[in-house]
Design a protein around this ligand. Structure first.
Ligand SMILES: *Cc1c(COP(=O)(O)O)cnc(C)c1O
Length: 375
């Protein structure tokens, strides 16, 4: 069997272990310490000096705290992009609120501003103004920021920006992760940079950051004994893990460049295969191309190609299955136009890691060429 080619695997810079060693040498083996503060300030410098960053245990915990900060509670409704990973939607349920799913548009594959407005108007007519909107930059492609935020501000609804897949992407020269009233990042093992597991909440004010850190560290009141006036969580990032993050920040831009070059390579390699199309970067959009995705002409070509790659020990995966199709969210209201269903049927993510070698990329390209030569 040929060696496995992964969709997106961790890619260390070599600098990570010195930060971890320092943590051990100084005995900062805890969910606080110099690496946590250092990683937060590295992210802040990268994104925008005017924002604030709270390093947390995961992107999911960041979404959960984000919803709490936006005041989402029992019985509320929260609008969420249907085409996304389940972690975008699950924290709505943690808060006892109901997700309302909104379909995508074709230009970025993200939340459709027209469907969004239809959904908001309909929810309001049913007596419930949505408490927040979760918009996602899928696969690193920014959503239609101006259009989505115009609708949100027209109805005075805050946006929680899910930037888990889009660190290093930007829109009209502003970094993804800085558009939402609150925004989140993820550093899970397959993301553009990884801390093995981790995430961050990005806030506009220092007060919001302090409140997130307070809640993430069990909500201890300032008293010599353990006293609590709020329900707390154990969501802070460990100082060891943050050391990996500091090392990863040193190569973030080169990871973005490599992922973009993987994408370019696929575009060029398959330009003569009509059954394969790509999502183009609209003017003013810059995608980190976290995953390189292709659209096939039909669901059966998609599945045939996926199985052909599997035979070659090459991992590929259909695009995210929309939340409105998930059994657990059967009863959730949804506002649909068919776009995310079609993308799920015909889309495939190809190996996209920043550590892919030329030999591995050649294997992917020839496996796909062979499949289309034969079919
Ligand atoms: C990975 C991911 C998350 C969750 O982040 P974790 O760090 O794995 O908890 C949330 N939303 C999207 C779109 C993701 O891809």
């Amino acid at each position: 069997m040929k060696p496995k080619i992964w969709l997106s695997s961790p890619h260390m810079s070599g600098n990570e272990q010195s930060y971890i060693k320092e943590a051990f040498d100084t005995n900062w083996v805890a969910p606080l310490g110099p690496n946590v503060n250092g990683f937060e300030s590295d992210l802040q410098s990268y994104l925008n000096e005017d924002i604030h960053v709270a390093a947390l245990a995961s992107g999911t915990s960041a979404l959960h705290l984000g919803l709490i900060l936006l005041g989402v509670s029992n019985g509320d409704e929260v609008i969420c992009q249907s085409k996304t990973f389940s972690a975008s939607a699950n924290p709505i349920v943690y808060q006892g609120a109901t997700p309302v799913f909104v379909d995508s548009e074709k230009d970025t594959w993200n939340i459709c501003p027209e469907q969004l407005e239809i959904a908001i108007k309909d929810r309001i007519s049913k007596g419930k103004t949505p408490k927040a909107i979760i918009a996602v930059h899928l696969y690193g492609m920014p959503y239609k920021v101006d259009e989505v935020h115009n609708v949100a501000s027209k109805y005075n609804i805050p946006v929680l920006e899910d930037s888990a897949e889009s660190l290093g992407s930007h829109y009209k020269n502003q970094n993804c992760g800085t558009f939402g009233d609150l925004s989140i990042l993820s550093f899970n093992g397959n993301k553009i940079i990884t801390t093995s597991g981790g995430g961050a909440l990005v806030t506009k004010t220092k007060e919001q950051k302090d409140k997130a850190v307070f809640l993430a560290t069990q909500a201890r009141d300032s008293a010599p004994h353990y006293q609590h006036s709020h329900i707390g969580y154990n969501y802070r990032m460990s100082n060891i893990v943050a050391g990996i993050g500091r090392g990863q920040m040193t190569i973030l831009d080169s990871h973005v460049a490599k992922r973009r070059s993987n994408h370019e390579l696929y575009v060029n390699a398959f330009k003569n295969i009509d059954k394969i199309t790509f999502l183009k970067e609209p003017n003013g959009y810059f995608s980190n191309r976290w995953l390189s995705c292709i659209l096939l002409d039909s669901k059966s070509t998609r599945e045939g190609l996926r199985l052909a790659l599997e035979k070659e020990n090459i991992e590929s995966r259909p695009l995210w299955k929309p939340m409105h199709q998930q059994p657990i969210f059967n009863d959730a209201p949804s506002y649909l136009n068919g776009v995310s269903d079609d993308l799920f049927d015909r889309g495939l993510c190809l190996p996209s890691g920043s550590n892919l070698t030329d030999i591995e990329l050649d294997r992917v390209v020839s496996a796909i060429n062979t499949y289309f030569a034969l079919c």
